[in-house]
Design a protein around this ligand. Structure first.
Ligand SMILES: Nc1ncnc2c1ncn2[C@@H]1O[C@H](COP(=O)(O)OP(=O)(O)OP(=O)(O)O)[C@@H](O)[C@H]1O
Ligand SMILES: [Mg+2]
Length: 453
């Protein structure tokens, strides 16, 4: 039976909470002061702590300051008055999982209780992931054992057991979506949906209804009720990719959803409560986006509670070989082949700058795999320009050579990657040069990621 510690100075509220929590199958202990809470913590490590911030003998957050490791295995949920939203954000930074605003909404509390599984299970999963880094070279879906990636794994492990919003920043193709997946997989939400939506790929007219859904007849063309992404991600994780492409008025709505954890469908009157972890991603510098009016300050402040920066591949060259080997292994299994990269090819891969990051590397390995006639993949099979780490931007990036006999699909793919490379990985710019919408470019890249073409 999972155990809950309720730290709340008002005896009536504490009793009421205890009743409710017991009825959900938890054992409970109650503390009315900080010192009682310390005693209880020493007696038994709880799976969940409900922690009022304002206590007679101090601030609830002092418990963290005392012994942050005491909470390693517990979910800590802050209870706060409306006025102290800032404090709760600070608490989330310190490691609290969540917060409830007074008066406590019992349904929200129930959502939280439903998520609390005995923590040992999650701890074991994290331990397995961490062991794999040393032994095999990957952390769940993420490959790499560079220092930079290890730091990211550490952050993922820390944030995964909470439900705070996460902001993932990094150039295109660095693996932001995979980081989001890893967070989801290590969280209590992993049996629920993980949905990724690219805010830049949905037309501004449709985005609101895509996010929040609509009621039948709420606008011309709304023939049926439609569930939006928020509703479909219930209990799970929603990745809002390219958050800076979300129209500003919708950013306001998103902020409200994050704060109230509820929303209404377009044309609806019913308020729908949601329990969804929001992860936002961007390949821009968020503060630059702020300065250019692409991102609202209050939203950034809210999302920035936990930020993960994924470095470009050129800053973790030691991972190139491991990543390339992994992509090659996948292909070998898929195609029942046993091709290998010869040392000079690995050298060349490692020396290259990868403006399109891991996505470009994956693509280069796929192409080399096809190009290699025998089992050895040598330098000749690598179809990018050898640019050393300190050379100027890709010398020949302005040109694509295709032979007669090349399929249109392959030509298109070559042109897309060369243009991306030319634009230093900036997709908006590449889409413009290619004369397609960002949505089209995005969809192509996703197809390539999935190895569909
Ligand atoms: N560390 C990694 N290990 C294994 N595969 C990776 C890793 N990083 C990225 N990839 C692969 O590289 C491709 C691009 O990754 P992803 O889509 O996560 O990038 P992104 O940062 O979200 O890019 P964009 O900004 O363009 O959306 C995918 O095929 C993904 O599986
Ligand atoms: Mg992405």
């Amino acid at each position: 039976m999972p155990h809950t510690l309720i730290v709340e100075d008002d005896p009536d509220s504490a009793d009421m909470l205890a009743e409710l929590i017991k009825s959900e199958g938890f054992s409970t202990a109650t503390a009315h002061t900080l010192s009682e809470a310390r005693q209880q913590l020493a007696l038994r490590e709880p799976d969940l702590v409900l922690l009022d911030l304002v206590l007679p003998d101090g601030n609830g957050m002092d418990l963290f300051a005392d012994r942050p490791e005491a909470f390693a295995g517990s979910e800590v949920v802050m209870i706060t008055g409306h006025a102290s939203l800032d404090t709760s954000i600070q608490a989330l930074r310190l490691g609290a999982t969540d917060y409830l605003v007074k008066p406590i909404n019992f349904r929200q509390l129930k959502h939280i209780l439903a998520r609390v599984t005995p923590h040992t299970e999650l701890q074991n999963r994290i331990a397995t992931f961490e062991k794999d880094v040393g032994e095999v070279g990957h952390f769940g879906p993420l490959w790499g054992r560079s220092r930079a990636m290890r730091e990211i794994y550490h952050q993922i492990a820390r944030v995964a057991r909470t439900s705070v919003s996460v902001l993932i920043c990094g150039q295109s193709g660095t693996g932001k979506e995979v980081v989001a997946q890893a967070i989801h997989e290590l969280s209590r939400r992993r049996s629920r949906a993980f949905l990724a939506v690219n805010c830049g790929a949905i037309s501004p007219q449709l985005i609101e209804s895509e996010m929040f859904g609509h009621e039948k007849g709420s606008f011309t063309g709304a023939a049926r009720q439609h569930q939006g992404y928020f509703e479909r991600a219930q209990g799970g994780t929603l990745l809002l990719d390219e958050i800076t492409e979300m129209p500003l008025d919708l950013q306001v709505k998103l902020l409200r959803v994050l704060e109230t954890r509820s929303f209404q469908r377009i044309g609806g009157t019913e308020s729908i409560e949601i329990d969804v972890r929001i992860i936002a991603a961007t390949n821009r510098d968020p503060y630059e986006a702020l300065a250019h009016g692409k991102l609202r300050e209050d939203l950034l402040y809210r999302l920035n509670v936990f930020r993960i920066d994924v470095p470009p591949l050129s800053e973790r060259r030691e991972d190139v070989e491991l990543l390339a080997q992994n992509f090659l292994d996948e292909l070998n299994i898929q195609e029942k082949a046993s091709k290998r990269l010869v040392p000079s090819a690995i050298e060349r891969l490692t020396a290259y700058d990868w403006p399109g990051n891991v996505r470009q590397l994956r693509n280069a390995v796929q192409r080399a795999f096809i190009m290699a006639e025998g089992n050895d993949i040598d330098e000749g099979c690598l179809a990018f320009d050898a640019v050393s780490s300190n050379a100027a931007p890709a010398i020949d990036a302005g040109k694509v050579t295709v032979r007669v006999g090349t399929s249109i699909a392959e030509m298109e793919r070559k042109l897309i990657f060369a243009t991306l490379e030319y634009c230093g990985g900036r997709r908006e710019q590449a889409a413009e040069l290619l004369g397609v919408s960002p949505k089209t470019l995005y969809n192509r890249l996703r197809e390539y990621d999935r190895g569909e073409t």
